[in-house]
Design a protein around this ligand. Structure first.
Ligand code: NAP
Length: 510
């Protein structure tokens, strides 16, 4: 069996159109400290030139482990030649110093006799690629392991969350077979980070400044710095966020940095979960297992019916944004609620204040029930009169139209619609006068919305959406870990992720 440490944990896949670019990017990666590089010879018109580039890199960086690949077009590669020519190129790559070669199963099955020499002279990885689905794993592995090799690479496409578990579980049931297990695209993305926890030998990364060779690849820097891939092990706890889409979420940046700063052995992943796959995700999360997760659009309301225990406030709100597993049960709460009343109560005695909430969606509901519980005199406005009236009736508030609001004054306004959010940053729900002296905008991208900019110019108190985001994330961290959250670390991570300078760092702008 191949030694687990024969392969470093991260392999940077280099698929470039010319040998000159291949050399340039291989050098750039080696200079950045990467020690495992895949040379995709099939991307080149003349693969021999790629071998020459690889030889030069190995001369300059003798501790680099080179993996040579010359995948045929018939097996999803770019090499147009026949099998004999493919094998001859790979043999030349081994002579030039490649420590490993990747030969796809389709070639392996047709050239069994040639595999012995590769097994003698280098590490042989037999690979399988499926760009449309995740097939039955046991049958696939039986097919692949008919051919002796150092390792077996299975790259599939996840169509739903349970595909991810089926892929990773095979490493736990077949512990004696060295495997590389990856799922492409956004649903399968977590496999790129955590397959090593389940027994996968290594994962692939994209180069720093050009596209990777497969969908879903991120750079080695992201794998190392954001997900701390070198530190993940069997004891690592999994957390994440479920959403659709999920790619824009800043929660992985914030929670991973928080875990890291507190030396908590945990990783936080983006889980793309389409609306019909929510139950499938929960069953998968139980098996992986996932210890807890954030919930956002479009799952905040629908998740309730799948949970075993929901706290009374979240049930009244009708939305859950935080889930965790305890004593075999899924539990849910809503940390958005306290993330509205917390920042507001630093400036107002809520029990003696009038507050206008603008919007009637999930975030507005959380704000309304929390503010009503805190004793605020509550008014609600929004574009959807039916939803506004229903919410007002549910939490004992007054319902107002947007035009009625223009003649009224409140101690505070809480804006809970996406108006003014990137990319439509110049818009505001209150184009005329702002009806309160304290303005809380839930939108945090941009940090200073048009509403807050105008409020600040009018010398009003302002609270930006990042403060709410950080408050709800800090409470999630506390629920999941039992320790208080590193607020400063989380704020820096959020600002980094949003590309916001620290200069206007005051959480509440006066
Ligand atoms: P949601 O459930 O989709 O509700 C959106 C609300 O905004 C609905 O009342 C909707 O009215 C209204 N709306 C949408 N577009 C509008 C427009 N062009 N003009 C007027 N009203 C409009 O979303 P949500 O989860 O409540 O989130 C609302 C906002 O809060 C989002 O910007 C979100 O990013 C932000 N948020 C921030 C945090 C934080 O931590 N800072 C947390 C949660 C949410 P209809 O019913 O008529 O569609």
């Amino acid at each position: 069996m191949v030694r687990r440490n024969a392969f470093p944990r991260v392999c940077v896949a280099l698929g470039l159109a010319t040998a000159k670019e291949l050399l340039q990017h291989a050098r750039q990666e080696a200079l950045a400290g990467e020690r495992f590089l895949e040379f995709r010879l099939d991307y080149l018109e003349n693969p021999e030139q790629g071998i020459a580039a690889m030889r030069r890199v190995l001369t300059e960086y003798p501790d680099v482990v080179a993996l040579a690949t010359c995948r045929r077009q018939q097996s999803h590669g770019l090499f147009a030649g026949g099998i004999e020519e493919q094998l001859r190129i790979l043999q030349a790559a081994v002579k030039a110093g490649a420590a490993a070669v990747d030969i796809e199963i389709e070639t392996a099955e047709r050239a069994r006799a040639a595999l012995g020499a590769f097994n003698k002279d280098c590490l042989l990885v037999i690979s399988y690629h499926n760009f449309s689905s995740t097939p039955a794993m046991e049958a696939l592995l039986r097919r692949m392991t008919k051919h002796p090799a150092s390792a077996y690479k299975i790259v599939v496409t996840a169509r739903k969350p349970s595909d991810l578990h089926r892929l990773l579980a095979i490493a736990r049931t077949c512990t004696d077979v060295p495997m590389i297990l990856l799922s492409m695209d956004a649903i399968g993305f977590p496999s790129r980070v955590v397959s090593c926890i389940y027994g996968g030998l290594y994962t692939y990364a994209a180069p720093q400044s050009v596209e990777g060779t497969a969908s879903g690849q991120v750079t080695a820097k992201t794998l190392r710095n954001l997900y701390r891939i070198e530190k993940l092990g069997r004891a690592t706890k999994l957390f994440g966020v479920i959403a659709d889409p999920v790619g824009h979420s800043i929660s992985p940046a914030v929670h991973n940095r928080a875990f890291q700063s507190q030396r908590i052995d945990a990783v936080y992943l983006p889980f793309l979960v389409h609306a019909p796959h929510l139950k499938d995700f929960l069953l998968t999360a139980e098996k992986l297992p996932v210890s807890g997760f954030s919930v956002t659009i479009p799952h905040k309301e629908k998740i309730l019916r799948h949970l075993d225990v929901v706290d009374p406030l979240a049930r009244r709100i009708g939305a859950v944004n935080t889930v965790w597993r305890k004593a075999g049960k899924w539990r849910g709460t809503n940390t958005d609620a306290a993330a509205v009343t917390g920042p507001l109560s630093k400036h107002l005695r809520l029990g003696k204040s009038s507050v206008l909430v603008a919007g009637s969606g999930g975030a507005a509901r959380a704000a309304c029930f929390a503010l009503a519980d805190a004793g605020a005199r509550l008014s609600i406005t929004g574009r959807n009169a039916i939803r506004v009236r229903a919410l007002a009736a549910a939490c004992g508030a007054e319902a107002l139209s947007l035009s009625e609001v223009e003649t009224r004054r409140f101690d505070a306004v809480v804006h809970a619609t996406p108006v003014g959010m990137y990319p439509r940053a110049g818009e505001s729900l209150f184009p005329g006068s702002i009806p309160a002296d304290l303005v809380f905008d839930m939108v945090y991208n941009p940090l200073e919305t048009e509403l807050l900019r105008r409020a600040r110019n009018e010398k009003k108190l302002t609270i930006h959406g990042l403060e709410m985001f950080l408050a709800q994330a800090a409470e999630q961290f506390q629920i999941w870990t039992g320790t208080s959250a590193p607020r400063g670390v989380m704020e820096t991570a959020a600002r980094d992720a949003l590309g916001i300078q620290k200069s206007n760092a005051g959480r509440t702008d006066k």
